[in-house]
Design a protein around this ligand. Structure first.
Ligand code: HEM
Ligand SMILES: *[C@@H]1O[C@H](CO)[C@@H](O)[C@H](O)[C@H]1NC(C)=O
Ligand SMILES: *[C@@H]1O[C@H](CO)[C@@H](O)[C@H](O)[C@H]1NC(C)=O
Ligand SMILES: *[C@@H]1O[C@H](CO)[C@@H](O)[C@H](O)[C@H]1NC(C)=O
Ligand SMILES: *[C@@H]1O[C@H](CO)[C@@H](O)[C@H](O)[C@H]1NC(C)=O
Length: 355
């Protein structure tokens, strides 16, 4: 009996150890603790300077991370420039309006100076997106909660007022891919006219559920869209010169004034009007008022499960912030390269030369 118990414990210890080894190459909070301890500070400083000059940057960077992670995993393939006439991801149609590549370059240059060839471009995207969005938290509830936390920790609240606390922890240790193809966008990135079943399907394929879909769509609380992404809802929804009945008709009229038919590529509108620089749960308010901009936004009301999530997030800012942190962590881990896979790119726009 004793022998058997000891044997069981032995097996347990061995399998736990093995388990640990197989997980050794997962992402971690302090991946660069020894090799590049200042990495988070460097990213944060550059982002804060850039956001001060260009407040719309936050939206660009979190969208960049979404596009990176959904296509070939979070491997910075979205940053690669086209070589040899094979169009890279960033040349695909949904790329229109992707930007912020110069910010990533600036961060990469600063990091290479501090700790050469250690930090991946994929990790830089994840940190930059987090810091850029955190700079837009303007929610009284969240700020009160933060102040309490800061007082508890006996820190100076002056410090907090200057540098808003990041919204979530970023897991690090990603490596960079060597391939970027415009054709990989197909079937991986959902379009703005997607219905609920295809949205759920695309997210499921990335290991994300309905809850993640609704929570992450909340990123549309910041940023702008070009008219083409929703113009059909205003003028020609079913091809009979009609408007989308699921869009508030007064709001549709406002949008028609902003976006004449045919859609101009030069015009953008706020996705969460009047609040498009504030990262808050207001997106869910406008959804429930039938003012979600895309078919894919309105679609979140058409399924019982997703509808329930919308209502929960609309009611509670704190629930939105904690859910967003959780879902971002999941999204930021899609298909990551770790360990010896991939490489640490020296320049985020080009793969390293083969040795
Ligand atoms: C659920 C499926 C989604 C669809 C169909 C979708 C579609 C779009 C489209 C069409 C635009 C407008 C682009 C333009 O015309 O400039 C846009 C903007 C944006 N999206 Fe999404 N998106 C989705 C999910 C997400 C997710 C998961 C995130 C991030 C977590 C995100 C973040 C953003 C942001 C921040 C913008 C504004 C960009 C800017 O201001 O430049 N989206 N999205
Ligand atoms: C681009 O073309 C050159 C010359 O044909 C070739 O040496 C190089 O390997 C190609 N690069 C890529 C990334 O395919
Ligand atoms: C997006 O793709 C178009 C061609 O489809 C290209 O002209 C444009 O430069 C690309 N934008 C970015 C930011 O790479
Ligand atoms: C949803 O969209 C997909 C892809 O466009 C289509 O095949 C499917 O029939 C649509 N489903 C519904 C219920 O409209
Ligand atoms: C509306 O859509 C139909 C069918 O796609 C098309 O034939 C027609 O030209 C469109 N009308 C306008 C005003 O865009």
């Amino acid at each position: 009996m004793k022998m058997k118990a000891a044997y069981t414990i032995f097996i347990l210890v061995v399998s736990l150890t093995l388990f640990d080894v197989s997980n050794a190459q997962k992402l971690s909070n302090n991946f660069y603790k020894r090799t590049c301890p200042r990495v988070e500070m460097i990213v944060k400083e550059i982002i804060q300077n850039r956001i001060r000059k260009s407040p719309s940057l936050g939206a660009k960077l979190i969208r960049m991370q979404f596009h990176d992670c959904f296509v070939r995993g979070c491997d910075a393939s979205v940053l690669l420039d086209t070589v040899n006439n094979t169009k890279a991801e960033k040349e695909a149609v949904p790329n229109q309006s992707l930007s912020g590549f110069d910010v990533i370059d600036e961060i990469k240059t600063a990091i290479e100076r501090a700790c050469p060839r250690v930090v991946s471009c994929a990790d830089i995207i994840a940190l930059a997106a987090r810091d850029a969005v955190s700079a837009h938290v303007n929610n009284p509830f969240y700020i009160t909660a933060l102040k309490q936390q800061v007082f508890r920790q006996f820190s100076f609240h002056i410090l907090f007022l200057q540098f808003k606390k990041p919204l979530w922890d970023v897991q690090l240790g990603r490596r960079d891919g060597r391939v970027s193809l415009a054709t990989d966008i197909n079937g991986n990135l959902p379009g703005p006219f997607s219905n609920i079943s295809s949205l759920i399907q695309v997210f499921n394929r990335k290991g994300l559920d309905v809850n993640d879909l609704v929570v992450l769509s909340g990123a549309h609380t910041i940023g702008d869209s070009h008219c083409a992404a929703f113009s059909r809802r205003l003028y020609n929804f079913t091809g009979k010169g009609d408007a989308d009945p699921s869009l508030d008709q007064t709001y549709a009229e406002t949008l028609r004034k902003q976006c004449p038919n045919p859609a101009s590529t030069a015009i953008t509108v706020e996705m969460d009007p009047g609040s498009s620089l504030s990262f808050d749960n207001h997106y869910y308010d406008i959804l429930l008022q039938k003012k979600g901009l895309f078919v894919s936004d309105a679609a979140l009301l058409t399924d019982r499960n997703s509808n329930r999530v919308v209502t929960r997030l609309q009611r509670s800012p704190s629930s939105f912030f904690s859910s967003f942190a959780k879902s971002m962590k999941k999204m930021a881990a899609i298909g990551v390269l770790t360990g010896h896979a991939g490489e640490i790119r020296q320049n985020c726009r080009v793969i390293n030369p083969l040795k």
